[in-house]
Write a protein that binds this ligand. Sequence first.
Ligand code: NAD
Length: 478
Amino acid sequence: MKDILHFIDGQYVPSTNGQWIDVFDPSKGASYGRLSAGDAEDVERAIAAAEKAFPSWSQTSVDERFSILNRIADVIDANLDRLAAAESLDNGKPLWLAKKVDIPRASANFRFFAQAITQFSGASYEMTNAINYTLQQPLGVVATISPWNLPLYLFSWKVAPAIATGNTVVAKPSEVTPYTASLLGALCNEAGLPPGVLNIVQGEGLAVGAAMTNHPKIKAISFTGSTRVGQEIAKVASPNFKKISLEMGGKNPNLIFADCDYDQMLKTTLSSSFANQGQICLCGSRVYVEASLYDRFKTDFVAKAKSMKVGHPSHPEVKLGAVVSKPHYEKVLSYIQLAKEEGGSILCGGEAVHPEGYEEGWYIAPTIIEGLAPDCRTNQEEIFGPVVTITPFHTEEEVLGYANDIPYGLSTTIWTQDVSRAHRLSRQIEAGIVWVNTWLQRDLRTPFGGVKNSGVGREGGFDALRFFTESKNVCIRF
Ligand code: NAD
């Protein structure tokens, strides 16, 4: 059994209160260790360490930060197998997926922001008798709070730009998947990151996250997680004028037109529906298909989903591992039940799976549901599991209405060969991200985030560097 500790001032330490919570291996439905259950006192210790580290870290040269962030990326790469195994154990995701996507993306985040900071600059504005220039200055101690679905991937997506810009960080991974973030602490030491620049406080949202967001010394909060918690954070942070960036829930539509590249669309729609057990904020869970293509699509999509192997994450043939936790497993199954009560027909899946030898694990078959109205709860609320609905449409106007008539607005995928339609719809879709004839194709320079209940602010590229800095204008008269 493992003990997962806080990482404060470059050292692993238990909670001051001596409390622990269990951490689980979803593939077995059993505890594999315990986590230091932090509280406001641990947050206080972490903030003190970050405050102490800030003056010298914020004065380091861009070259120095570039080198250290690159070294962190190198050390992550050197530990790929160990980190991928930890991610898969903690989250239930297929090991091959953690090796191919999660961990390489974590090192890519550090490498990207190492490079980005060398290209980041202020502006200058000339007047007839004066010159203005802007300084982009670090904020001080900032908080990052991340979720369980892409644990190290999203943790590093926030920490890398925060430290690249010269801030010091108090970071909170999800209590459901704390393991890889914890391992990152030692890797940062190995890479030469000074103590106190990154501090990781483990524990539950209310005890740790709320103590962070409430703290007067925290200057900015970068959060990814549910809309409900994002609202809580906004309530606390806004009256105190903290900067906030909130990346929240989604219920993304796929708009599939009859003129699409069918094979490419089918293959990608399978991934956008069920990758990572459907637990990616960008998954398309509402699939709208032009009526003339609907029957063909339904037959092929259901056949392909039925052939996806669900099983232990270590098996190389497995396409879906376990969902992340028992409460989440129960939540997803309860939504399948709701879909039935709302009149939906289950075309495949719709039930738990019990792989031999891992009967107590939290596995759910890829589930496709049809026959539901676009405004029913199943089609309006985020399920965040391997569950999608399929619905036919007749006109562009009709499907645009379905896509937009929802409180969320994170991403949308459009499948069509008609370039004019792609441009037209991309402008009218209420979402922060639109993919046309592709999905989850990411360039880390692009703005990332949602509209409506899906987000406030943008991450990625210079947007992230601007978020973690304050612009100061200097005007010099001559
Ligand atoms: P969650 O909101 O329950 O938890 C996210 C983090 O917030 C965790 O670290 C949690 O401990 C912490 N937290 C909980 N209560 C808090 C509080 N009162 N104050 C401060 N912190 C608190 O989300 P989750 O269940 O871990 O993740 C799933 C959600 O994340 C889904 O809604 C998904 O759509 C969303 N998500 C969004 C994006 C995006 O980029 N928009 C990416 C990934 C996941």
